[in-house]
Design a protein. Structure first.
Lengths: 189, 189, 189, 189
């Protein structure tokens, strides 16, 4: 959730005029105030040949105030878009076109992250909106290059990604989501 | 999805004037044409003392044309509502106030059912909208009485619920969802 | 795994002469040296009316050296025993006959804990054997009383159960398993 | 389970003299009569670029009586072997060394198949033993060639794999397991 919270999202087609059927900025703002929106969160990972997770990819972004945050790949599911296509689109948006993601065969997410505009109801918070996010661990086999508003993509070990230092650099509960993902893949420290 | 497709949904607060912050019918109609909506599907089951599913509860409804359909408990997640509270609300709406549902401890659904307005993209279809539904199996321990527009609630064995006869009485892919649920609990015939 | 590692397990029928078909102590010892054994781990929890986990039950045990450890409900799956019956049997063994456990409807565990006799291969370790454990979160609604070799059963909040203090009181990786369970139910701190 | 039920399994190191620590045929036979054994079942699938399952790989085998059966990749987890390494080993054994399997990052299986020596307790049956099998869907990206006692490997669409004709060619409940897998990946017909 951090990307669009802190930067004008150039990935959201409705914002700058997309195909017919997408929302105008005003319509999206109105909907955001009254409906939960559907999001996906992807935790990009490197796996070894036995499928074991060896690294987690976190995007590095600058906030308007100049501090740094780390973030997952995240974004909205569009009207008439399949969840797996939304995952692919946001991974390509953030990691580039040759990341070679292996989107899971099953639509079953490892968890549902409920981002509330009010802090404290769940570990997840999004000041802009109520977002219900389907969270997946996605192995990427190719070359990843941060796109758009990300300064860098860092590959951390599961232990590093769960460390206090890195957790302190994540906002809106995404640190918790990373640890939930590492728990799911058996790599919670 | 069948309930609100075929009957004016008296459970949808926006339709007949709900608390502030809920959508007017016009707003909801506009959003439905442009955003995927978040739903929950609950498969109500009876379990024995070892947790094994022994029966599936299906609602019986009459269509405007007079035919009968069977349906799951389903409905929209409202703004600022937790998924588990939406599950509870829709189960109470359809099964009554003393059904004693055991909402799963984990938010991980057994699948995501993507209901598209266009048939054939997934097994799920909703002519009104694009709905992304989080699907859960929910044991109910109490007394269940169909409410509102349901004529009856029938408890079927897993085998009966997956039979061709019963499957033919379900619409919009909910028969598939029942069989996915039975596969998940190890009771697919 | 801690129970039988540190105490003669009076719950293991083969040890003190069980029904025909169960292993003698010598046979079980031989098998333990050559085959992975099937275990279940149950994380007993209290849930509120919406299914949200509010407390985790941990058994308090004394080691032969007089220190205290906290442990989950755990034990072997017997020949010709269903996994859900093994869960029930071990929960009754450790929490007493009126714990009223709600064994999950689905056989899908939240994780597989692989306890190796060699430390460091996974987070889980069992010096006696290679145990492959199917791990489940099990809500219990009734009155729980520690049985046999447990001194006490303590109900902790998810935050307390994941705290450094409590984690330090768990052995063989069960602290990690508790945190994996809390991650799965959305209550990882 | 069908492979070793019907043919001397040349993949089981204990049978023909493996590394120290593995069981002799007599020991394995004794253990099989008294302990549940740990197995893995892999459902090999082809996925498209969005991760959607487009084909299921089934092995074709001849029974001693000359009829044909279709089977999944299956086999025992050895002492001190990780579940993911057992999956890799059995996939390589059955599909050859360049199948390029993508073993799931998470150890969470989509189901547990409990094969009992007594038919009818679960949908799964193994006349030789009580086997508790962790079941995974495994995408394979490479060239697959049936090995050992398999005559052929056929790629079927999910619909074909769930059809009555193909289901009738599977034994011991593996047809049910295929349909459970297709339900899990959202491709149950």
């Amino acid at each position: 959730m951090t990307d669009t919270a802190e930067f004008p999202p150039d990935d959201d087609p409705g914002r700058d005029g997309g195909p017919a059927g997408w929302l105008t900025p005003e319509d999206l703002a109105a909907a955001r105030a009254q409906l939960p929106l559907v999001y996906v969160d992807a935790v990009p990972v490197r796996v070894d040949e036995s499928g074991d997770v060896v690294a987690v990819g976190l995007l590095l972004r600058a906030t308007p105030l100049g501090s740094m945050t780390r973030a997952l790949v995240t974004g909205r599911v569009l009207y008439h878009e399949r969840v797996r296509d939304a995952l692919l689109r946001h991974i390509e948006k953030d990691l580039g076109p040759v990341a070679l993601p292996q989107v899971p065969a099953s639509p079953q997410p490892f968890t549902i992250a409920e981002y509330f505009p009010t802090p404290g109801i769940t570990p997840f918070h999004d000041p802009r909106q109520h977002a219900i996010s389907l969270a997946y661990v996605v192995p990427v086999a190719g070359d990843c290059r941060p796109q758009h508003n990300a300064l860098d993509l860092a590959w951390l070990t599961p232990e590093e990604a769960c460390s206090d230092t890195v957790q302190a650099e994540m906002v809106n509960g995404q640190g918790t989501l990373v640890r939930q993902a590492m728990a799911h893949v058996g790599r919670l420290d």
